[in-house]
Design a binder for this molecule. Structure first.
Ligand code: ATP
Ligand code: MG
Length: 229
Protein backbone atom coordinates (compact mmCIF):
# COMPACT_ATOMS: atom_id res chain seq x y z
CA UNK A 1 0.00 0.00 0.00
CA UNK A 2 1.39 3.41 -0.97
CA UNK A 3 1.21 5.88 1.89
CA UNK A 4 1.44 8.77 -0.57
CA UNK A 5 -1.57 7.83 -2.65
CA UNK A 6 -4.77 9.79 -2.44
CA UNK A 7 -6.67 6.49 -2.48
CA UNK A 8 -4.93 5.32 0.70
CA UNK A 9 -7.38 2.98 2.42
CA UNK A 10 -5.78 2.85 5.84
CA UNK A 11 -5.99 5.25 8.74
CA UNK A 12 -4.79 8.85 8.41
CA UNK A 13 -3.79 10.76 11.53
CA UNK A 14 -3.37 14.56 11.48
CA UNK A 15 -0.69 16.00 13.76
CA UNK A 16 1.13 19.31 14.13
CA UNK A 17 4.91 19.56 14.50
CA UNK A 18 6.60 20.66 17.68
CA UNK A 19 5.25 20.21 21.17
CA UNK A 20 2.18 18.16 20.31
CA UNK A 21 4.10 15.85 17.98
CA UNK A 22 6.78 15.15 20.59
CA UNK A 23 4.30 14.43 23.37
CA UNK A 24 2.04 12.32 21.14
CA UNK A 25 4.81 10.00 19.88
CA UNK A 26 5.02 7.80 23.01
CA UNK A 27 1.22 7.41 22.99
CA UNK A 28 1.24 6.36 19.32
CA UNK A 29 4.03 3.89 20.03
CA UNK A 30 1.65 2.12 22.41
CA UNK A 31 -0.59 1.50 19.39
CA UNK A 32 2.41 0.18 17.44
CA UNK A 33 2.60 3.37 15.39
CA UNK A 34 6.12 4.75 14.88
CA UNK A 35 6.77 7.36 12.16
CA UNK A 36 9.48 6.34 9.70
CA UNK A 37 10.55 9.97 9.11
CA UNK A 38 11.17 12.90 11.46
CA UNK A 39 8.86 15.81 10.52
CA UNK A 40 11.39 18.32 11.92
CA UNK A 41 13.99 17.32 9.33
CA UNK A 42 11.95 15.75 6.53
CA UNK A 43 10.20 17.93 3.99
CA UNK A 44 7.55 15.30 3.47
CA UNK A 45 4.14 16.21 4.83
CA UNK A 46 2.80 12.65 4.63
CA UNK A 47 4.78 10.35 6.88
CA UNK A 48 4.64 6.60 6.57
CA UNK A 49 4.72 4.66 9.83
CA UNK A 50 5.80 1.24 11.07
CA UNK A 51 2.21 0.20 10.36
CA UNK A 52 1.40 -0.05 6.66
CA UNK A 53 -2.22 0.77 7.40
CA UNK A 54 -1.42 4.02 9.24
CA UNK A 55 0.04 7.27 7.92
CA UNK A 56 0.55 10.67 9.53
CA UNK A 57 -0.16 14.01 7.88
CA UNK A 58 1.66 17.06 9.25
CA UNK A 59 -0.53 20.20 9.36
CA UNK A 60 -0.70 23.52 11.21
CA UNK A 61 -2.06 23.08 14.74
CA UNK A 62 -5.11 25.20 13.90
CA UNK A 63 -5.80 23.17 10.72
CA UNK A 64 -6.14 19.79 12.49
CA UNK A 65 -9.92 20.15 13.17
CA UNK A 66 -10.55 21.02 9.50
CA UNK A 67 -8.73 17.94 8.17
CA UNK A 68 -10.53 15.63 10.58
CA UNK A 69 -13.96 17.25 10.29
CA UNK A 70 -13.89 16.92 6.50
CA UNK A 71 -12.59 13.36 6.58
CA UNK A 72 -9.18 14.05 4.98
CA UNK A 73 -7.86 12.54 8.23
CA UNK A 74 -9.67 9.96 10.37
CA UNK A 75 -7.97 10.99 13.59
CA UNK A 76 -6.08 14.00 14.85
CA UNK A 77 -4.53 15.59 17.90
CA UNK A 78 -5.55 19.17 18.68
CA UNK A 79 -5.33 21.50 21.65
CA UNK A 80 -8.58 22.32 23.43
CA UNK A 81 -7.82 25.97 22.59
CA UNK A 82 -7.93 25.15 18.87
CA UNK A 83 -11.05 22.99 19.26
CA UNK A 84 -12.96 25.62 21.23
CA UNK A 85 -12.01 28.31 18.72
CA UNK A 86 -12.97 26.04 15.81
CA UNK A 87 -16.28 24.94 17.35
CA UNK A 88 -15.67 21.19 17.07
CA UNK A 89 -18.54 20.34 14.67
CA UNK A 90 -18.22 16.93 13.05
CA UNK A 91 -15.61 15.82 15.58
CA UNK A 92 -15.78 13.26 18.36
CA UNK A 93 -13.36 13.77 21.24
CA UNK A 94 -12.97 10.34 22.82
CA UNK A 95 -9.73 10.93 24.76
CA UNK A 96 -8.18 13.81 26.71
CA UNK A 97 -4.47 13.08 26.13
CA UNK A 98 -3.50 15.32 29.08
CA UNK A 99 -0.45 16.57 27.17
CA UNK A 100 0.58 20.12 26.14
CA UNK A 101 -1.20 21.45 29.21
CA UNK A 102 -1.52 25.17 29.72
CA UNK A 103 -4.12 27.88 30.35
CA UNK A 104 -5.85 30.35 28.11
CA UNK A 105 -5.50 33.63 30.00
CA UNK A 106 -5.99 37.36 29.82
CA UNK A 107 -2.70 39.22 30.36
CA UNK A 108 -1.88 42.92 30.69
CA UNK A 109 1.24 45.04 31.28
CA UNK A 110 2.47 44.67 34.89
CA UNK A 111 0.74 47.27 37.05
CA UNK A 112 -2.15 47.91 34.63
CA UNK A 113 -5.37 48.19 36.67
CA UNK A 114 -7.44 45.63 34.75
CA UNK A 115 -10.25 45.34 37.32
CA UNK A 116 -10.44 49.13 37.61
CA UNK A 117 -10.64 49.55 33.85
CA UNK A 118 -13.50 47.05 33.74
CA UNK A 119 -15.33 48.75 36.64
CA UNK A 120 -15.06 52.10 34.85
CA UNK A 121 -16.59 50.46 31.77
CA UNK A 122 -13.52 51.23 29.69
CA UNK A 123 -13.37 49.82 26.19
CA UNK A 124 -10.38 47.45 26.07
CA UNK A 125 -8.31 46.74 22.99
CA UNK A 126 -7.54 43.02 23.14
CA UNK A 127 -5.08 41.32 20.79
CA UNK A 128 -5.41 37.58 20.25
CA UNK A 129 -5.25 34.61 17.95
CA UNK A 130 -8.44 33.33 19.67
CA UNK A 131 -10.98 35.89 18.43
CA UNK A 132 -14.10 33.74 18.92
CA UNK A 133 -13.10 32.58 22.41
CA UNK A 134 -12.09 36.07 23.51
CA UNK A 135 -15.29 37.61 22.13
CA UNK A 136 -17.38 35.07 24.03
CA UNK A 137 -15.40 35.53 27.26
CA UNK A 138 -15.71 39.31 27.35
CA UNK A 139 -19.36 39.24 26.23
CA UNK A 140 -20.17 36.96 29.19
CA UNK A 141 -18.42 39.44 31.53
CA UNK A 142 -20.19 42.38 29.90
CA UNK A 143 -16.85 43.98 29.01
CA UNK A 144 -16.62 46.08 25.85
CA UNK A 145 -13.67 45.09 23.70
CA UNK A 146 -12.11 45.90 20.36
CA UNK A 147 -10.66 42.58 19.25
CA UNK A 148 -7.45 42.71 17.25
CA UNK A 149 -6.80 39.46 15.42
CA UNK A 150 -3.13 38.42 15.38
CA UNK A 151 -1.41 35.25 14.17
CA UNK A 152 1.50 35.16 16.60
CA UNK A 153 3.70 36.98 19.18
CA UNK A 154 0.71 38.38 21.04
CA UNK A 155 3.04 39.61 23.83
CA UNK A 156 4.29 42.32 21.52
CA UNK A 157 0.90 44.01 21.17
CA UNK A 158 0.73 45.77 24.57
CA UNK A 159 4.44 46.68 24.40
CA UNK A 160 3.97 48.59 21.16
CA UNK A 161 0.65 50.22 22.06
CA UNK A 162 -1.33 48.04 19.68
CA UNK A 163 -3.50 46.66 22.51
CA UNK A 164 -4.28 47.07 26.23
CA UNK A 165 -4.50 43.34 26.87
CA UNK A 166 -3.92 39.98 25.21
CA UNK A 167 -5.63 36.60 25.34
CA UNK A 168 -3.00 33.90 25.00
CA UNK A 169 -1.79 30.53 26.26
CA UNK A 170 0.31 30.53 29.42
CA UNK A 171 2.21 27.62 30.90
CA UNK A 172 5.18 28.67 33.06
CA UNK A 173 4.52 32.40 32.72
CA UNK A 174 8.15 32.97 31.68
CA UNK A 175 7.25 34.55 28.35
CA UNK A 176 4.85 36.96 30.04
CA UNK A 177 7.46 37.90 32.67
CA UNK A 178 10.13 38.40 30.02
CA UNK A 179 7.86 40.95 28.38
CA UNK A 180 6.73 42.70 31.62
CA UNK A 181 3.22 41.29 31.36
CA UNK A 182 1.09 39.54 33.97
CA UNK A 183 -1.85 37.16 33.77
CA UNK A 184 -5.03 38.59 35.32
CA UNK A 185 -7.74 36.12 34.37
CA UNK A 186 -8.04 32.42 33.56
CA UNK A 187 -10.38 31.65 30.66
CA UNK A 188 -9.89 27.90 30.14
CA UNK A 189 -7.74 24.92 31.14
CA UNK A 190 -6.10 23.53 28.01
CA UNK A 191 -4.75 20.11 27.07
CA UNK A 192 -4.61 18.20 23.80
CA UNK A 193 -7.46 15.94 22.73
CA UNK A 194 -7.65 13.00 20.37
CA UNK A 195 -10.28 13.91 17.80
CA UNK A 196 -12.04 11.53 15.45
CA UNK A 197 -14.14 12.21 12.37
CA UNK A 198 -17.68 11.50 13.56
CA UNK A 199 -18.68 9.56 10.43
CA UNK A 200 -15.45 7.51 10.40
CA UNK A 201 -15.99 6.72 14.08
CA UNK A 202 -19.21 4.96 13.07
CA UNK A 203 -18.23 3.52 9.67
CA UNK A 204 -14.58 2.54 10.36
CA UNK A 205 -14.91 1.70 14.01
CA UNK A 206 -13.20 -1.72 13.63
CA UNK A 207 -10.09 0.01 12.30
CA UNK A 208 -10.10 3.04 14.62
CA UNK A 209 -11.22 1.67 17.96
CA UNK A 210 -8.15 -0.48 18.77
CA UNK A 211 -5.90 2.54 18.13
CA UNK A 212 -8.06 4.84 20.25
CA UNK A 213 -8.07 2.23 23.03
CA UNK A 214 -4.28 1.79 22.93
CA UNK A 215 -3.77 5.56 23.10
CA UNK A 216 -6.21 5.83 26.03
CA UNK A 217 -4.30 3.07 27.82
CA UNK A 218 -1.09 5.06 27.28
CA UNK A 219 -2.68 8.14 28.84
CA UNK A 220 -3.72 6.09 31.88
CA UNK A 221 -0.16 4.72 32.18
CA UNK A 222 1.28 8.26 31.97
CA UNK A 223 -1.08 9.30 34.77
CA UNK A 224 0.03 6.41 36.98
CA UNK A 225 3.68 7.32 36.36
CA UNK A 226 2.92 10.94 37.22
CA UNK A 227 1.37 9.88 40.54
CA UNK A 228 4.46 7.99 41.71
CA UNK A 229 6.42 9.86 44.41
P1 ATP B 1 1.76 27.69 14.47
O1 ATP B 1 3.14 27.83 15.02
O2 ATP B 1 1.63 26.68 13.36
O3 ATP B 1 1.05 28.97 14.23
P2 ATP B 1 1.01 27.28 17.11
O4 ATP B 1 1.98 28.35 17.45
O5 ATP B 1 -0.37 27.37 17.63
O6 ATP B 1 0.89 27.01 15.58
P3 ATP B 1 2.30 25.52 18.93
O7 ATP B 1 2.91 26.69 19.57
O8 ATP B 1 3.10 24.30 18.65
O9 ATP B 1 1.64 25.88 17.55
O10 ATP B 1 1.03 25.13 19.79
C1 ATP B 1 0.25 24.02 19.43
C2 ATP B 1 -0.65 23.69 20.59
O11 ATP B 1 0.13 23.36 21.73
C3 ATP B 1 -1.56 24.82 21.03
O12 ATP B 1 -2.74 24.85 20.27
C4 ATP B 1 -1.81 24.47 22.47
O13 ATP B 1 -2.86 23.53 22.61
C5 ATP B 1 -0.49 23.84 22.90
N1 ATP B 1 0.40 24.85 23.52
C6 ATP B 1 0.79 26.02 22.98
N2 ATP B 1 1.58 26.71 23.83
C7 ATP B 1 1.70 25.95 24.92
C8 ATP B 1 2.41 26.09 26.15
N3 ATP B 1 3.12 27.17 26.43
N4 ATP B 1 2.36 25.08 27.03
C9 ATP B 1 1.66 23.97 26.77
N5 ATP B 1 0.94 23.79 25.65
C10 ATP B 1 0.96 24.74 24.73
MG1 MG C 1 3.86 28.55 18.08
Amino acid sequence: MNAMAQDFRGMTLALSKGRIFGETLPLLARAGIVPLLDPETSRQLILPTSREDVRLVIVRASDVPTYVQRGAADLGVAGRDVLLEHGGEGLSQPVDLRIARCRLMVAVPQGFDYEGAIRRGARLRVATKYAALARQHFAEKGVHVDLIKLYGSMELAPLTGLADAIVDLVSSGNTLRANALEAVENIAEISSRLVVNTAAWKLRRDLLEPVVRAIAAGVAANDREGEQP
